[in-house]
Each structure stands twice: as C-alpha cells, then as structure tokens.
Design a binder for this molecule. Structure first.
Ligand SMILES: [Mg+2]
Length: 317
C-alpha cells in the first residue's frame, strides 16, 4: 500500500503484544520463528476468501474477519490438531478505517477465543480478498485423516448441518416462507460466525477412524472421506440431526439443506462401534447417521427404504 496512513492503521489494528512463548519472533523480522513442541507434527492449512465469491460484497467486516479465520481453524479441527499460529494476507480495494477496525475485531474475537497467535502478514491493494494460513500441532502419528474409515464403522456428524444453508438463502433473499425471528437469527449466526469444532477434533484423536470438516455439503464431503478410505456408506436420513430453526422448514427441504449446503463447518467422522460411549461422552452434539459399507458409494435410506439422493437447492457463495 502506498498510503502511509493505511500502514499505520494496519499496524494499529493487527499488532498485538507477544504473549505466546512459542513465538520466538513474530511480526518484525523477515519471517516468523516458531518453536514446535517436541514429538509433535506441524499441521498447516490455508484458504482464500474472495469478496463476491465466498461472501457477499456488502457482508459486515466483523463477520468477514471471523469467518476467514473460522474456515481455516475448521480444517485444523478436522485433523484433530490444536490451533496455534496464524498468518494473514489482506488484499484491500481502498483505505477504509472502519472496515479494517471491524475486520480486525472479528478476526481477533475468534483468535482470542481459540488462543491462537498472529505471527505474520502482508497487505496489498486490489479487490478484497483474505488469505489466512493456520498452523497447529498434533502428537506425532495421532492426526485424524480421511483415509481411516473401516467397514462396519459408524458415521457421525457434529452439530446440526443445514443451518448455514438456510442462513445463506436468507442473506440472498431466496427464503420466502415463514420463519420465526429466533430461527432467522440462529441461521444467520451459523452462516456468518461458524464455530470451528477444535475441542471436538482434539477429543476425537484415538476415537475417530477418519474425519473431515463439512465445507461443501455433508453428502459431497462424506463422498470425499469414503473415497479416501476406499469404502462406501449407508446414510439414514431420519437420523439427521435438525436444529429448531431447520425444523421450522419443510422436512424434505430440510434434508436437502442438511445434505447439500456448504458452510456448516461441522465435523463428519467415522468410528468403530466399540467407541460409541466415548463419542456420546463428547461435549459437542455428535449424531450417528449411518454405517460404513464395503460397497463403494453413498446410499440413502429413509425409514429402512433405499431412496435416491434428495435433489435440489445446490447453492454456494
Ligand atoms: Mg476441510
């Protein structure tokens, strides 16, 4: 950025006192220096959010900051990792103090909640886009992979998938049916401020046989897990957990939202039947929705009867 005021603003909003002893050098040199704990693996993920593609151009800056971080932390959660460090690359169309302040507020609200440290970053001028790199640690060999599902394992999903899809339809003005204010608020919150399932991911180490996070829709992401594990699955649609908000919608449409809408950032995982008690003991709601099978592919059942994949309503930002 050419504008010196902008540099000062970025320094003001994004520089924070170093409190993390593992960060030997954060912002202030050519690169960050981090001490990775012994006997751990470093887990690294990165995602870019582009205005108009991943969020509406007029989305609130706080929510953009929150979500840019949340989607990355969700990937660490899916690996069973403890989130530790972040870098942030911001491309901004113009100097906008209000935007920067609110973006930083949203970003750090989640960073503080999860106790992760920003250790570096970069800013350039251009169409609004945000790239976060999130780093975490996991005891060596203990990471949750997509490839570990075994025939006979149970299939679980955390939380209540489909809420974010309902929220997206509200944001896009594509929801015309009756919905209570509480349901509306809840769905928007789930879309705009997803909670990465970090605590659950860490607790699933040694419990889940395979895991990923739901970013593209439950059915599609489960397909990725099954493919990586060279197995198939049967899904019992009547078992899909439903929030009170989603329960206000038509039942068939709620299924479509739960199966196909992205942005839920819930964890989808498999575990052997012997782990049922340990899964049930999690603080986060985890619902058993199916079984891993030898036959490849995903088969849907409703009340014991095989049915075609519920169709309609694919929607993405
Ligand atoms: Mg993922």
């Amino acid at each position: 950025m050419s504008n010196k005021g902008e540099f000062e603003l970025i320094r003001e909003f994004f520089t924070r006192p170093a409190t993390d002893a593992s960060v030997h050098m954060g912002v202030g040199d050519d690169a960050a220096l981090i001490a990775v704990p012994a006997a751990h693996e470093l887990v690294v993920t990165t995602d870019t959010l582009v205005a108009g593609r991943h969020f509406p151009e007029d989305a609130c800056a706080f929510d953009i900051g929150w979500k840019a971080l949340a989607v990355n932390l969700s990937d660490l959660a899916a690996m069973g990792a403890q989130a530790r460090w972040l870098t942030l690359a911001l491309t901004l169309p113009a100097s906008d103090e209000d935007f920067l302040r609110e973006f930083a507020r949203g970003f750090f609200a989640l960073a503080d909640q999860e106790n992760v440290s920003l250790v570096g970053g970069d800013t350039t001028r251009g169409p609004l886009s945000i790239t976060v790199t999130a780093m975490g640690v996991v005891p060596a060999g203990a990471a949750l992979l997509r490839s570990g599902a075994r025939i006979g394992d149970d299939v679980y999903v955390s939380g209540t998938p489909g809420d974010a899809g309902l929220g997206l339809r509200l944001v896009l003005g594509q929801w015309h049916d009756e919905l209570s204010d509480a349901a509306r608020d809840f769905a928007l919150q789930r879309l705009q401020r997803p909670q990465p399932r970090l605590a659950l991911g860490a607790q699933l180490r040694g419990v889940a046989s395979a895991c990923l996070d739901v970013s593209d829709g439950l059915a599609q992401d489960l397909g990725h897990l099954l493919q990586a594990s060279h197995v198939g699955a049967e899904l019992m649609l009547e078992l899909l957990p439903r929030s009170a908000a989603l329960a206000e919608t038509d039942a068939a449409f709620a299924d479509i939202l739960a199966l196909t809408s992205g942005d839920d950032y819930e964890l989808l995982f498999t575990a052997p039947a012997s782990a049922r008690e340990r899964v049930a003991a999690q603080d986060t709601l985890c619902t058993r929705i199916g079984t891993v099978t030898a036959a490849p592919g995903l088969v849907f059942f409703r009340d014991g009867r095989a049915i075609a994949m519920p169709q309609g309503g694919f929607l993405h930002f």
